[in-house]
Design a protein around this ligand. Structure first.
Ligand code: MOS
Length: 727
């Protein structure tokens, strides 16, 4: 392999940095109109009157569409795990089809106008009257009403081995701790946006989506047209992080408005509208209880969580996922409970479950280390495992955590620390260091591709995968180049269009490995065909073989694009995938090392150093992979120290729906981040690839909390770690 592993620049870097790349809201069509949503201001009830005359009278307004005049829309399909499209309708609400209100912020009207200014002005003039019904919106107050999460094979309710509660009572050393994390909202740089155009019964949608294929099937379903009549284009997406994997109201209402007005519609959510209509990360209450003997061997590990979904939907977060796989405890209890509230459905957000679950677990491990008077890395090593701790049989396809702890400790200078809290001071700064383990499961999805080798030696890879800034096309070009033995520059990759062969979602860290599996298969077929041709006509180079054979190109097709073909593809993929999951634990792992400086007087906390070491299997592009991991760590710093959605407990209204009041890390908050990886292929994954998209954020919250404890002697179990909690 010559190209794989190289830190190559992204093939789409040039068009992005020069502004030539067109994002969803930058497509122009003749007669283009602009749409703005009007939001409900109650959390539950019915609309009794809608006053739209004033809005309609604003010059330039084309239509004010409400449940009283909107075209029909099919309801969202019932969620089924065997058709992921159905689980990714952001909510179960059928927008603008009835007078019912299900959350504060639900769109109750959309204004379509010749200019965005006119649409905004008119939207502000729509007035609604309501009949308010009782709603439950306060997560903290509803905690006692938590119920076990419904069980399903993809999102299990929990796991159990032995009697963890009894073992906890009997343990020589035991801790029983409560951690809490707040709701968080998505803040991708590119606002959610849709440009929707109907041509008869054909719909074209430019959308900021990370799940092109699901969007297409979902839109076809909602608008009662064949799947082949819908085209979704998303060649460029300005960040997504899970916020653009479900289909939120803006997309559907843009297409509805275009149908109602027979005009192309552009709908760009304002930042506030993103908060009101795009789900975020659930808050959580977590209990981690650890029992151990005096040598630090875990006898009991309890991790239970309470999260919230909307009454109108939202995914179950696997908060205890890492706790089921990281430590060889004799007794384990993991459980997911939930509360359904009258709020917007929650959404996936980078490492849903693991991001907040590892905060609690890895903080608790640190607390236990102090209780035992033991180095926290030593405590982890004493509980390292070679089989899955819960069933004791499943093996890890690949697990090198011992090496990661050693490598990271070396790079960071971990062992130079005195474990004593408050033992290091530099002027007004208290300095502390912390460590935590990172973990994210490795999954896959079925993918169709075509690979074509032409007589001029060029290669075209076609696959409708998603690009939200992580370098997907670059990685696949590297993979195809090596698989065919051609230069990197000879490969072009087409992606981001539902007219291409069916791609995966860019979600769950699945994309690179999933696409690679099919690209490699197609390249093998191309090579076989070339070999056959060469046997007949001779020739050494690819170009020569094709010239002598008088064929313009050789093409291999993986998968079928017909409806039945796709269903068949999924049906063939699923059993193997599930069987693999029964035999192997596949995961990306890592270790996060953090140094903080805390102002002894004000509690101001600065993260001053970061070292992350990761095992993500084979690294395809050393530059983009490191950027993914670094980006995950930066987002983790937000989770640890800044991000918090404030929900008014009286009415469910988000009170800080803007980047002025919802804080994310800025450059000044982020220290140089040292990222490295083992680059060791996972034998059970295609080309040895394990996803790098999400593991970077896991463990970050705990590494910061542990460092803050070491610096100050104050243990913060409630994110974010803001200065008021340190005074
Ligand atoms: Mo991710 S939270 O699956 O984009």
């Amino acid at each position: 392999m010559t190209t794989i592993g190289q830190p190559l620049d992204r093939v789409d870097g040039g068009v992005k940095t020069t502004g030539a790349a067109k994002f969803a809201a930058e497509h122009f069509y003749p007669g283009l109109t602009h749409a703005v949503l009007v939001h409900a201001t109650i959390s539950r009830g019915r609309i009794t009157a809608l006053h739209t005359a004033e809005a309609s009278a604003v010059p330039g307004v084309v239509a004010v569409i409400t449940h009283l005049n909107a075209p029909a829309l099919q309801p969202a399909p019932k969620p089924s795990m065997f058709n992921l499209t159905t689980t990714f309708s952001g909510t179960s609400v059928n927008y603008l089809q009835s007078d019912e209100v299900h959350w504060e912020g639900q769109p109750i009207a959309v204004v379509v106008a010749e200019t965005s200014a006119a649409a905004r002005e008119a939207a502000a003039l729509v007035r609604a009257e309501y009949m308010v019904t009782k709603s439950v919106v306060d997560f903290e107050a509803a905690e006692k009403d938590a119920r076990p999460q419904p069980n399903d094979s993809f999102f299990p309710r929990g796991a159990e081995k032995g009697d963890a509660e009894a073992a906890l009572k009997a343990a020589a050393v035991a801790l029983d701790l409560r951690y809490t994390t707040p709701p968080q909202n998505h803040n991708a740089l590119e606002l959610h946006a849709t440009t929707a155009v109907w041509d008869g019964d054909r719909l074209t949608v430019h959308d900021a989506t990370q799940t092109i294929d699901w969007f297409r099937t979902h839109l076809a379903l909602r608008f009662s047209v064949p799947m082949t009549n819908v085209r979704v284009l998303a060649p460029f997406v300005g960040g997504a992080f899970g916020g653009k994997s479900a289909i939120w109201p803006g997309t559907i209402i843009a297409a509805l408005a275009a149908r109602a007005t027979s005009r192309p519609v552009r709908l760009v959510l304002s930042r506030e509208a993103v908060y009101r209509t795009v789900g975020g990360r659930t808050p959580s209450v977590q209990r981690v209880a650890l029992g151990a003997d005096r040598d630090g061997k875990l006898t009991s590990l309890v991790h239970t969580s309470i999260i919230r979904t909307g009454r109108i939907g939202g995914p179950f977060e696997q908060v205890t996922s890492a706790s089921q796989h990281l430590y060889a405890a004799d007794n384990i209890l993991a459980r997911h409970d939930l509360i359904r509230l009258d709020l917007l459905a929650n959404a996936f957000m980078r490492a849903p479950g693991e991001a907040i679950g590892t905060f609690a677990l890895e903080s608790a491990i640190d607390e236990l280390a102090y209780e035992l008077g033991m180095d926290p890395i030593e405590l982890r090593l004493r509980n390292e495992t070679s089989v899955d701790p819960v069933d004791g049989k499943k093996k890890f396809s690949h697990r090198r955590l011992r090496e990661l702890y050693a490598l990271g400790a070396e790079r960071f200078g971990w062992h130079e620390r005195s474990p004593e809290p408050r033992s290091r001071r530099e002027g007004r700064w208290l300095v502390g260091t912390g460590v935590a383990t990172a973990f994210h499961p490795a999954l896959m999805m079925p993918v169709n591709v075509t690979v074509r080798l032409s007589a001029d030696g060029s290669v075209l890879v076609r696959c409708g995968f998603n690009e939200m800034g992580m370098g997907g096309a670059t990685a696949q070009a590297q993979i195809a180049a090596d698989a065919l033995g051609v230069p990197f520059d000879a490969v072009r990759v087409e992606y981001g269009d539902s007219d291409l062969p069916m791609g995966p979602a860019a979600a769950g860290s699945v994309q690179t490995a999933s696409v690679a599996a099919s690209v490699v298969q197609a390249c093998e077929e191309v090579k076989q065909t070339l070999k056959t041709l060469a046997g007949k006509t001779g020739g050494v180079s690819n170009e020569e073989i094709l010239r002598r054979s008088k064929v313009p190109h050789v093409e291999a097709v993986v998968g079928s694009e017909t409806r039945l073909g796709r269903i068949g593809g999924r049906a063939r993929f699923l059993p193997g995938f599930l069987l693999g999951a029964q035999r192997w634990v596949k995961a990306a792992t890592g270790v996060q090392f953090c140094e903080v400086k805390v102002d002894a007087e004000t509690g101001e906390t600065r993260v001053s150093r970061w070292v992350g070491v990761f095992d993500i299997g084979r690294v395809i592009n050393a530059k983009t992979a490191a950027s993914q991991l670094r980006g995950g760590i930066v987002m983790g710093l937000g989770l640890a120290m800044a991000e918090e959605t404030l929900v008014d407990p009286r009415n469910g209204r988000i009170m800080n729906p803007s980047l002025a009041e919802y804080h994310v890390p800025v450059h000044a908050d982020v220290p140089p981040i040292d990222v490295s990886f083992l680059d060791d292929p996972d034998p059970k994954m295609p080309l040895g690839i394990v996803g790098a998209g999400e593991v970077g954020i896991t463990g970050v919250g705990a590494a910061v909390a542990n460092a803050v404890y070491h610096a100050t002697g104050k243990r913060v179990r409630d994110l974010p770690i803001t200065l008021d909690k340190l005074l």
